[in-house]
Design a binder for this molecule. Structure first.
Ligand code: HEC
Length: 211
């Protein structure tokens, strides 16, 4: 009997510890986020054009940062993010969406820009090859994003495809709520003219991407 009562007590203690740790884990999850943001705020130093405002998340980024810890976004939450971002797409006033693919290739190759030691008066590059295959002669490319080889050949060059391509480069979150691709137009990384050149790189039949 005595043994029994000890083990009951032990069980109580175990249960109490278990409850306590699960409470602590629950509280610390939200606090952990706040602490992580505080740490980043303290650790990153504003230098030149790289200001601490870059740590500020908009609603879409904040919602996406909570995945996968909180599980994937619901379909309706994803759709709401895409709708809000789609509504903010800015298409060129002159209605032209295709620029010069040669210039587009230079921009896609360049990883310069937006760092504290880059000259902010010079145009930034897009570093597309860091994540995508594009022109076949470039052998060094990342694979975070899908291969874009033959993009225009496969999709065609209709107005709808031109608009999708421009919009996707302007702000990928207008189409894919938690995309890992930079929001080149939305975040002012590239100019409208640069995005047109990249649309040409992807769609122009003369572009090496489509040869
Ligand atoms: C940090 C990585 C990254 C960089 C840099 C990047 N992308 Fe992406 N891109 C992705 C990912 C991941 C996807 C797939 C998810 C999505 O559709 O948003 C994607 C999707 C795309 C798509 C849609 C493909 C389709 O099948 O419809 C296009 C077009 C595209 N990228 C073009 C570009 C171009 C052009 C550049 C340079 C201006 C670029 N990306 C830079 C990661 C990147």
């Amino acid at each position: 009997m005595k043994i029994m009562s000890i083990s009951n007590k032990s069980l109580d203690v175990l249960l109490a510890v278990g409850l306590l740790t699960s409470c602590v884990a629950f509280v610390s999850d939200s606090e952990y986020r706040a602490q992580a943001m505080k740490l980043m705020g303290a650790d990153f130093k504003a230098r030149g054009q790289a200001g601490l405002d870059r740590l500020n998340q908009d609603e879409a980024n904040a919602a996406c940062s909570r995945t996968p810890a909180d599980g994937p976004l619901s379909k309706s939450a994803s759709a709401a993010i895409e709708k809000a971002n789609f509504a903010r797409l800015k298409y060129p006033a002159d209605g032209k969406l295709l620029g010069d693919w040669r210039e587009g290739e230079r921009i896609a190759q360049s990883g310069v820009g937006k760092q504290f030691n880059d000259d902010p008066s010079r145009p930034a590059g897009a570093n597309c090859y860091a994540c995508h295959q594009l022109a076949p002669k470039e052998l060094s490319f990342g694979t975070i994003g899908p291969s874009l080889l033959g993009f225009g050949k496969l999709r065609g060059t209709s107005r709808a495809i031109q608009e999708y391509t421009f919009g996707k480069l302007y702000n990928p979150q207008a189409y894919t709520a938690c995309s890992n691709m930079p929001r080149f137009g939305h975040n002012g990384i590239l100019t409208e003219a640069q995005i047109k050149d990249l649309v040409a790189l992807l769609l122009d039949p003369e572009s090496p991407v489509n040869k």
